[in-house]
Ligand binder design. Structure first.
Ligand code: AP5
Ligand code: MG
Length: 201
């Protein structure tokens, strides 16, 4: 069982690289952003609350977000017990502490944190493009600026947190998608014991 946190600023490629990690290591993907967007699309009570934060580029409060994640883990124990890619969670130190507890109570832990490091002008370019192509509601310049500022103030301190736990794999997240994935595999295979598979695949 392998639990990976994929970490990085908005637009850094967390979702894109998660897809590749899933097919290589057979992991279950939990993107908290996708969970919330699904609730918004279905018009649930959680969706209404989430929309009021996401549309401003703010984080959903920790206590609510932690309960949502716990519910997602409990609703599919068969798949989540095989190993998970956590995409977009944790986003605060309190969420990281809660994740540690949640996994410990299930006899597990975070094995590695993959941090995608991408220059800010490239992040903005990617999100503006996606906004034009898909109409994702929070991909407009004002909201993007708020998302980046929230990332710097509330989420980026997690980098130091996971460095101090010896789990952080900083990856150059700019350039070709497949090349970035190769960098991730190399880093994981060199430092995470017991990883199945060949890093050349
Ligand atoms: P979330 O959905 O997690 O969004 P995000 O962190 O802002 O990140 P994105 O999904 O925009 O980007 P990504 O890093 O996944 O990159 P992607 O692969 O898509 O969260 C949305 C909101 O939900 C938050 O703002 C918050 O309100 C709320 N929320 C979620 N989790 C929360 C939590 N834990 N606590 C509180 N609130 C929470 O790539 C981006 C684009 O670039 C794509 O178009 C992609 O095709 C393209 N791209 C990817 N890689 C490359 C490359 N190498 N070169 C060129 N283009 C590329
Ligand atoms: Mg994403």
């Amino acid at each position: 069982m392998l639990n990976i946190v994929i970490f990085g600023a908005p637009g850094s490629g967390k979702g894109t690289q998660s897809d590749r990690l899933i097919s290589k290591y057979g992991l279950h993907h939990i993107s908290t952003g996708e969970v919330l967007r699904d609730h918004i699309a279905r018009g649930t009570e959680l969706g209404k609350i989430a929309d009021s934060y996401i549309s401003k580029g703010q984080l959903i409060p920790d206590d609510l977000m932690i309960r949502v994640l716990e519910h997602v883990l409990d609703s599919d124990p068969e798949n989540t017990s095989k190993g998970v890619i956590f995409d977009g969670f944790p986003r605060t130190i309190d969420q990281a502490k809660a994740l540690k507890k949640m996994l410990a109570s299930r006899g597990s832990k975070v094995h590695a944190v993959v941090g995608l490091e991408v220059p800010e002008d490239e992040l903005i370019r990617r999100m503006i493009n996606r906004g034009k192509e898909t109409g994702r509601a929070d991909d407009n310049l004002d909201t993007i600026k708020n998302r980046l500022s929230v990332y710097h103030s509330q989420t980026s301190p997690l980098r130091e947190y996971y460095i101090s736990e010896g789990k952080y794999h900083g990856i150059d997240g700019a350039g070709d998608v497949d090349e970035i994935f190769s960098r991730i595999k190399e880093s994981l295979h060199s430092r995470v014991p017991g990883l199945d598979g060949d890093s050349s695949k």
